[in-house]
Write a protein that binds this ligand. Structure first.
Ligand code: FAD
Length: 516
């Protein structure tokens, strides 16, 4: 992916078949499917790929046990199917993970055990393993530091785990390989119309400041929680389609949850579920569901959300996490598709996706989950071929391997998520291949150079938040190593000391939002 060459394509192509606004899970999935079906496809992302909600998830590839509780059966069936497809097409990015529901009442285990048998059955052939009821000793053997007081037993079930931002970058690389043109740091600021029909977009290159108009047969709005802003460019009086809901995660050290299993708390004090999931030698705990009116690019965790997570997670752990134990805190906004009456609380709003077509032909993709990104893309491309009068072609993504596909990844290797590319990155400079710039997480000089050369990383934040996950794992340690990373970047890109100083100032202001 070469940003400069891709910008040049904007001058060379007179009319695109498809322009997609937004480079999160939905937009990237659509770009991949559209390019694979042979349509001339352009994706424009205002910030970096996955800077929005798509790097801030719980990192589960799941059917959603909670939606089963809500009775949203069709969503669970669809998500379980997509979970299996995602695992098959990207085994270097998605792994099986077992979750334990600890139970403190005698009736809890049989109750959840039965529900999870239904969950297993719904997954059919794409199941990741059968759920099992555990007694007290078995539960303690696999999660030694679960709260022992009153523990009766537990239930173990299986779901998937992935690295969301790495999946996004891999999808961008797959779409690029299929012929799509993807450009980060390009903001769509207007829509062009002829005879009341959308004919393209106006964009501004956030780096050079240059404006440009692009023609396209179809325009897709895949901007997540920002969708209403694009809809307003088309129809200023349109009613709001998105109900944003904030979710917060805290990241703590692995010592709080020893072992390889995740914990699922089925009923928190606000009636939701809470996860504590091992991730890269840390544990991610979350999340919350707080309706918000403002859609910020860097959403901020509220005090009561932090307290809620510490309290509810602490009830299940021998060693209770405190504020001082939090290594990173991150917040994301769910782009929930508004319902007719909008009366239910956000935790009750369905996570199903919706695709709308305005009278001027703008296609908007609303709601959905990371797990269902492929199906969202399939449905959107089926719609856009009709709207744009494009030749009808079949979707092939059910069996399309994701960039870097490797059937047997070694998950102990911190670079497993590159799949086949891992060897090439190590070969850039074999002496530095396994040398980490930090002893709190793995980040090598080779990875930084690779991200700049092959993954369209532009600034310090791209490298430390999404090409590697340092910021999300430990924001304090990230602040410490940021000067070293900036110096490596400056040398590679030919930038001077002023660039380093400016990058650090800008990035440190973001890091502070991830520190408690
Ligand atoms: C707390 C939380 C936990 C979650 N956990 C899970 C989970 O474990 N598993 C799961 O399956 N799902 C999960 N989800 C849901 C999942 O993360 C989202 O459904 C998904 O990431 C949404 O992707 P998107 O592409 O629609 O939006 P986004 O990722 O937000 O992408 C939209 C993009 O559009 C860009 N954009 C906006 N305006 C413009 C413009 N004018 N021009 C160009 N680009 C623009 C933005 O910069 C952004 O990058 C979770 C969500 C939250 C909030």
């Amino acid at each position: 992916m070469d940003r400069k060459a891709n910008l040049e394509q904007l001058d060379q192509v007179a009319e695109w078949d498809v322009v997609i606004i937004g480079g999160g899970a939905s937009g990237l999935g659509i770009a991949l499917d559209s390019a694979n079906r042979g349509y001339k496809t352009l994706l424009l992302e205002k910030n970096d790929f996955a800077k929005g909600t798509s790097s801030r998830s719980t990192k589960l590839v799941h059917g959603g046990v909670r939606y089963l509780q809500n009775g949203d059966i069709s969503l669970v069936i669809e998500a379980l199917k997509e979970r299996g497809i995602m695992r098959k097409n990207a085994p270097h990015l998605v792994r099986d993970l077992s979750f334990v529901i600890p139970s403190y009442d005698w009736w809890n285990s049989p109750f959840y055990g039965l529900g999870l048998k239904v969950y297993d059955m719904m997954a059919g052939k794409l199941g990741l393993g059968p759920s099992t009821v555990l007694d007290r000793e078995e539960t303690l053997a696999i999660i030694p530091n679960v709260n022992k007081e009153g523990l009766k037993g537990g239930v173990i079930y299986h779901d998937g785990q992935f690295d969301d931002a790495r999946m996004a970058i891999s999808l961008a690389l797959t779409a690029n390989q299929e012929g799509a043109c993807l450009i980060n740091y390009t903001n769509v600021i207007g829509l062009t119309k002829e005879k009341d029909l959308v004919t393209g977009v106006r964009l501004i290159d956030q780096i050079s400041g240059k404006e440009k108009t692009i023609r396209s047969k179809v325009v897709v709005n895949a901007t997540g929680v920002f969708s209403d802003k694009i809809i307003a460019l088309d129809q200023p009086d349109a009613k709001r389609m998105i109900r944003p809901s904030q979710g917060v995660h805290l990241v703590i050290e692995k010592s709080f949850l020893a072992g390889a299993h995740a914990i699922m708390v089925p009923h928190t004090s606000d009636g939701r579920v809470l996860f504590a999931v091992p991730w890269n030698d840390y544990v991610v705990v979350g999340t919350t569901d707080t309706p918000v009116n403002e859609t910020l690019e860097e959403p901020v965790a509220l005090e009561n959300e932090i307290e809620f997570i510490l309290e509810n997670a602490g009830a299940y752990m021998t060693k209770k996490p405190m504020r001082k134990d939090v290594k990173s805190v991150f917040a994301g906004l769910r782009p929930l598709a508004a319902s007719e009456n909008n009366k239910e609380s956000t935790k009750e709003v369905s996570r199903h996706h919706k695709i709308t077509v305005s009278t001027s032909g703008l296609i908007s993709v609303l709601g959905g989950k990371w797990t269902t990104y492929r199906k969202i893309a399939e449905d959107t491309v089926d719609t856009l071929q009709a709207v744009g009068g494009l030749p009808e072609r079949q979707c092939n993504t059910k069996t399309l391997p994701v960039f870097g596909y490797e059937s047997h990844s070694n998950w102990e290797d911190p670079m497993h998520y590159y799949g086949t590319e891992s060897k090439k990155i190590k070969a850039l400079n074999p002496k530095k291949a396994t040398l980490s710039l930090s002893n709190k997480f793995f980040i090598s000089e080779n990875q930084i150079l690779w991200a700049i050369e092959k993954e369209m990383a532009i600034n310090l934040e791209d490298i430390l938040a999404r090409r590697t996950r340092c910021l999300f794992l430990n924001a304090f340690e990230t602040e410490k190593i940021a000067p070293k990373v900036a110096a490596i970047m400056a040398k590679k890109l030919g930038h001077n000391k002023t660039w380093i100083k400016n990058e650090l100032t800008q990035f440190i202001s973001i890091i502070k939002k991830y520190q408690l």
